[in-house]
Design a protein around this ligand. Structure first.
Ligand code: NAD
Length: 446
């Protein structure tokens, strides 16, 4: 592994005395607690703002969500009991267009996590030049513990609570962790029934039969593979020569595994929240899909050895794809990474401290706002198609996606080369600058 060519990052990890970014609210002891997703998002923004030379007023504008909705989501359980969840929708920025971002169901969802995820959506949409702002939603529920009928009731209640702030021209949801195309069908139906007619463009990532786009299911993963190939190409390494480990075998990780394998890469390890499996000769990804369909987890796949999630991060591979949760590569775990490339399928998997350690060790990080943007790119295609009621072929979608991803990669890589920035810093500088320009050209009302 080389240890020389990766530039240091702009994030200091410390907050400067006059850092105007709002402080997190959920951490009792900020001095000792691990970095939250919002800490990471604020540190990244502060680095881009410093590079761009913006003043404190603009920094605060960029750091602060335009609108936050905080709702109670009561559920009548199948057995008649009532339980209550907390739901959130944060529209971080809408200067370039309507809010856009996923809906997450996870017991650990809180307002600060949703704020961080919404902020990353803003920079991501600007980076791949979509006419959207950034938004995110979440409900503090563990979807594995509830029946399908209960999840439908939670989704419909959450949708009706946030109804005034969503819509095809206001804020458009998509699946994220713990939600699926079925969830999006329920959101669309609830919204449409209340408006009195069918409005497919209120969500993306919905089933094809109700206006979903071909290629959306695999879009995030396809984008991950496109930018991985581009990053490897800069080093003269073909995709077919690399060994890949993927953390998370959900919507992003599983299809990434299949697409990496289809392009000749050796997928040697994958994991989910229950554990992982490892075969240095390469996993049979098709057989793994069958095992997961039958058992609900990669654990127990008998044609590989078990590996835990921390050990997976430290495997001797070329490419590591974190595709699960935030903050897994922190100051400690980042030091164990032996991969030469980390390609962020997940949002926020690397803390500011983790970034510094990876840079010091010569690991190239292809950042989340670039690497996993394929999902929102095809969501945009889905929204355009739904608005026009005209559908493109899978080939058209695939070609347009690849073009957008490679163009965005090239923009980021050339700024990084020119200014000696990391790919993350270059991506954030481009995204933040585009949003700031929209603010400035629109002016301040009144
Ligand atoms: P998912 O719910 O489909 O899958 C999540 C996977 O992560 C599951 O395999 C789960 O078991 C695993 N996991 C959960 N907690 C874990 C832990 N602590 N350690 C290891 N594995 C764990 O979610 P998804 O849609 O694949 O999203 C994964 C990540 O990708 C999230 O960060 C999400 O925000 C991001 N993302 C998703 C999309 C999309 O289109 N779905 C687009 C962009 C970014």
């Amino acid at each position: 592994m080389t240890t020389t060519s990766v530039p240091p990052t702009l994030t200091s990890g410390e907050t400067t005395p006059n850092d105007p970014a709002p402080r997190t609210t959920s951490r009792p002891d900020a001095a000792t607690a691990p970095a939250s997703a919002l800490d990471t998002a604020h540190a990244q923004l502060a680095g881009a703002v410093r590079f761009l030379g913006y003043d404190d007023g603009l920094h605060e504008m960029l750091a602060t969500p335009r609108r936050e909705v905080n709702v109670a989501v009561p559920l009548r359980r199948d057995d008649g009991r009532t339980v209550l969840f907390h739901g959130y929708r944060v529209q971080h920025n809408v200067s370039r267009g309507p809010g856009k971002g996923g809906l997450r169901y996870s017991p650990s969802v809180d307002i600060d996590e949703v704020r961080a995820l919404a902020m990353w959506m803003t920079w991501k949409c600007a980076l791949v030049d979509l006419p959207y702002g950034g938004a995110k939603g979440g409900v503090s529920i563990d979807p594995r513990c509830y029946s399908e009928a209960e999840l439908e009731r939670v989704t419909r209640r959450y949708t009706s609570e946030i109804m005034p702030v969503i819509g095809p021209e206001r804020d458009i949801m998509a699946p994220d962790m713990g939600t699926s195309e079925q969830t999006m069908a329920w959101v669309m139906d609830t919204y449409s029934v209340n408006q009195g007619y069918t409005i497919p463009a209120v969500v993306t990532g919905k089933p094809i039969t109700v206006g979903g786009s071909l290629g959306r299911t695999t879009a995030t993963s396809a984008g991950v593979v496109h930018v991985t190939a581009a990053a490897l190409d800069e080093a003269g390494v073909p995709l077919s020569d690399v060994r890949v480990a993927i953390q998370g075998f959900g919507k992003v990780g599983s299809h990434a595994a299949a697409l990496f394998a289809a392009r000749g890469a050796r997928v040697v390890a994958v994991s989910d929240q229950y554990g992982g499996v490892h075969d240095p000769d390469g996993l049979d990804v098709r057989a793994l899909f069958e095992h997961v369909a039958a058992t609900g987890s990669v654990v127990g796949f008998d044609r590989a050895d078990p590996v835990d999630n921390d050990a997976l991060l430290a495997l001797d591979v070329d490419v590591l794809v974190p595709a699960a949760v935030e903050g897994v590569l922190d100051g400690d775990t980042a030091g164990t990474v032996r991969a030469r490339w980390v390609v962020e399928g997940a949002n926020g998997p690397t803390t500011a401290e983790g970034d510094r350690v990876l840079a010091k060790n010569g690991v190239t990080v292809v950042p989340d706002v670039l690497a996993n943007a394929g999902g929102v790119v095809v969501s945009y295609f889905e929204w355009v198609q739904a608005n026009q009621a005209y559908w493109w072929t899978a080939e058209e979608i695939g070609d347009k996606l690849e073009h957008r991803m490679l163009h965005a990669y090239e923009e980021v890589a050339s700024l990084a080369r020119r200014e000696e920035l990391s790919l993350r810093d270059a991506a954030l500088v481009i995204g933040v600058q585009r949003v700031a320009e929209a603010h400035q050209i629109r002016g301040l009302y009144p």
